[in-house]
Design a protein around this ligand. Structure first.
Ligand SMILES: *Cc1c(COP(=O)(O)O)cnc(C)c1O
Length: 233
């Protein structure tokens, strides 16, 4: 029943390895996240059995509903969708990383809740590389100074940056912005700020993961190319 997932998974691993080889990177430098929004738990479990060890959900509610039916042994769970501040307590503690920290206000709320729970919450700062009005995130210009402020929040540990590139049929159009974000990622890393570890650059999805890997991504978030087209709800 899930043969298409098996086949897609095999092909994705091969393609990622091929793009890594072609761009002089070790295949182990790029993690593959399975994006599981709208995907039923049985299909997610199938992907986990194939070797997926990292899943991403967009919505707190959907994650809570599916979680009891997922085989999450040895699997990291990241939140990748916009998080409203009133939902912070539903995921802190509870997810291995919140990739979608898109405002200073949200960063403060997460830090406060983490402190209360006695944990340090790993996060990524989300950057809106296309400067799209509909999207959340810091601008390319503002992210470095925002992170200097994040550094002072005791409940957070910043592990890197995440971006959702503009939707386009021509993924080549996103190359320049991917390269720019990789440069900012390296520049921030070079500053050696407290609490800020630029280990993860989460960029690239089904349509543009090749371009993102070439530009320096360390984590690609793939949904439809693994599970098939999502049914719009
Ligand atoms: C849905 C989603 C993805 C995966 O999208 P595909 O194009 O299906 O690979 C990746 N990242 C985020 C933040 C998403 O919401």
């Amino acid at each position: 029943m899930f043969e298409h997932i098996t086949e897609n998974y095999r092909r994705l691993r091969e393609e990622i390895a091929a793009v890594c080889a072609a761009s002089g990177r070790a295949p182990g430098e790029v993690r593959l996240m399975a994006v599981t929004k709208t995907v039923p738990p049985e299909a997610v479990n199938h992907a986990i059995a194939l070797g997926i060890d990292l899943i991403g959900e967009n919505r707190v509610q959907e994650l809570s509903e599916k979680r009891p039916r997922l085989n999450l042994d040895g699997v990291e769970v990241h939140l990748i969708g916009h998080l409203q501040t009133n939902k912070v307590r539903a995921v802190v503690p509870g997810v291995d990383c919140i990739q979608s920290v898109d405002s200073m206000h949200l960063a403060r709320e997460i830090s406060a809740k983490a402190e209360k729970s006695g944990i340090i919450q790993p996060v990524l700062a989300e950057v809106n590389i296309g400067e799209e009005e509909r999207k959340f995130g810091f601008t390319l210009q503002s992210v470095a100074s925002a992170l200097e402020e994040f550094a002072s929040l005791p409940g957070l540990r910043v592990d890197g940056l995440m971006t959702v590139a503009p939707f386009t049929r021509n993924a080549g159009k996103n190359c320049a912005n991917f390269i720019l974000l990789h440069k900012i990622f390296l520049d921030i890393n070079a500053k050696k700020l407290d609490n800020i570890y630029m280990r993860t650059l989460s960029m690239g999805m089904s349509s543009d993961f090749r371009e993102a890997i070439i530009a320096g991504s360390t984590l690609v978030r793939v949904g439809s190319a693994l599970f098939g087209q999502r049914v719009v709800r």
